[in-house]
Design a protein around this ligand. Structure first.
Ligand code: H79
Length: 435
């Protein structure tokens, strides 16, 4: 039987997600203890016996899911996605399938349970990240290539590994996540590579199970692809496991993401604040808050979402550098949220001094620079404008009357006043209501 893509059902489940625009990614696990990023076991080719001691040390005295969720909400985020299991195979939930789980560590708690409860209490949508890769499971295949993502133990071969046994285990864990934690809004699988994609994961069977347990859940596209590539969601012949959104990693696509028929696909750029997803003690190369805010605007202006990552430390705390950035983003979002949430592409050429976003007849001009003199807005005709206001204050932005030069005809100029600096040096948002 050929698969029939139900576009109406797709549009129903993706609608909230397209409006939400801004979420928090949380990478947390045993790797917070060595504090060299979530790939530490693979990159340093650590044998299992070097990694297991972190399990007995995982006490995380400051773990407070409510504090994470509050930080996300106060930053203006609408959803949160937590690593229920990362590539190291350590589970932050109370699974019956393995002892390698947070409830058996000194912490002794079901982190996923506390996380979903906290997120809901803060009014956020809830997502779980689940790694398809598993460096802990004895049946997951390993590779000899030094630079291969599955190279985590130079000594182990692949004899006697039964991949189907791993798939049974993986499917059962996903079933538990979809059964034991109430309504999930997002499932974020990570990731496919080489010939490990699609039916290699028994993906149709997996998706059928997920959809029967969580009919409204939004799923990423990585059962089919990695962080690169759009997958068959983009084609006229989607696969049952194509997922609901495209998931570019550490990049913002230059013109958003479109299907082969030109339609706008839902997408989400996942982005770190520094250079690692998991906590890395020596990584202080943090992007400034201004860059993160403008990246969010860039995503929205191209019809996409941004999923911004934090990596709590071994105590369970979000690092201060990350908290400072979340707070700065939150200050901007409190004043300018309407230009992000519910917004998308404006359908106008990119303006000379910033970006456009749009929500219906409300256009938002995100100003990054200001010109000498009045601000030309050639994308909008003078007679289309019902009002022009600074979004942050509601103050009127007068239409400039000083430009009547015949070269410019009836195009709109805004009078930004005598101050050569913009009110918000990061992004001053001008709301233009259209007639
Ligand atoms: O969970 C986060 C990453 O751990 C995972 N996806 C996001 C959301 C991921 N990142 N990159 N990849 C998967 C692809 C593999 C990249 C690698 Fe490497 C290049 C693995 C080995 C070389 C990056 C650099 C990771 C270790 C060194």
């Amino acid at each position: 039987m050929t698969y029939q893509f139900d576009r109406a059902a797709y549009e129903r489940r993706i609608a909230w997600y397209r409006r939400a625009r801004f979420g928090m990614f949380i990478h947390w696990g045993l790797y917070a203890i060595p504090a060299r990023g979530e790939w530490v076991r693979s990159v340093e080719q650590m044998p299992e016996e070097e990694y297991l001691p972190f399990f007995d040390e995982f006490a995380a005295p400051d773990f407070d899911a409510r504090a994470w969720a509050r930080a996300a909400r106060e930053a203006g985020m609408r959803y949160v996605v937590l690593t229920a299991k990362h590539h190291d195979g350590f589970c932050l939930f109370d699974t019956a399938t393995t002892d390698f789980k947070s409830t058996n560590t000194p912490l002794g708690r079901d982190v996923v349970r506390e996380f979903v409860d906290a997120a809901r209490a803060e009014g956020l949508r809830v997502g779980l990240y689940y790694s398809l890769l598993d460096w802990h499971h004895p049946d997951y295949p390993h590779y000899g290539d030094r630079n291969h993502p599955m190279r985590n133990d130079p000594e182990c071969g692949n004899e006697r590994r039964d991949f189907n046994r791993y798939l049974d285990y993986m499917h059962e864990q996903v079933r538990e996540l979809c059964t034991n934690y109430g309504t999930l809004d997002i499932l974020w699988f990570d990731f496919s590579y080489d010939d490990m994609r699609g039916e290699a994961w028994r993906a149709t069977e997996l998706i059928d199970m997920v959809r029967s347990l969580q009919p409204g859940v939004v799923i990423d596209n990585r059962l089919e692809v990695s962080g690169e590539g759009y997958g068959s969601l983009a084609t006229a012949h989607p696969a049952p496991f194509h997922g609901d959104f495209v998931s570019p990693e550490q990049m913002i696509p230059p013109d958003g993401i479109h299907g082969e028929d030109g339609s706008e696909l839902a997408w989400e750029s996942c982005v770190t604040m520094n250079r690692n997803w998991g906590y890395a003690a020596d990584d202080h190369l943090f992007k400034p808050a201004s860059m993160l805010i403008r990246s969010l605007v860039e995503c929205v202006s191209k019809g996409g979402n941004m999923l911004l990552n934090v990596g709590p430390d071994a105590r369970g705390a979000i690092p201060p550098e990350s908290m400072e950035r979340l707070a700065a983003i939150g200050r901007w979002m409190r004043l300018n949220r309407d230009s992000i949430v519910g917004c998308g592409r404006a359908g106008l050429p990119r303006p000379e001094y910033g970006r456009w976003t749009r929500n219906g007849d409300r256009l938002f001009l995100h100003l990054y620079d200001r010109p000498v003199g009045s601000l030309p807005i050639p994308e909008v005709g003078r007679d289309q404008v019902a009002s022009m206001r600074y979004l942050a204050t509601g103050a009127e932005v007068p239409v400039s009357t000083s430009w009547t030069h015949s070269d410019y005809g009836e195009i709109l100029f805004a009078d930004l006043g005598p101050d050569p600096c913009l009110p918000d040096p990061i992004d001053t948002v001008v709301e233009i209501r259209l007639r």
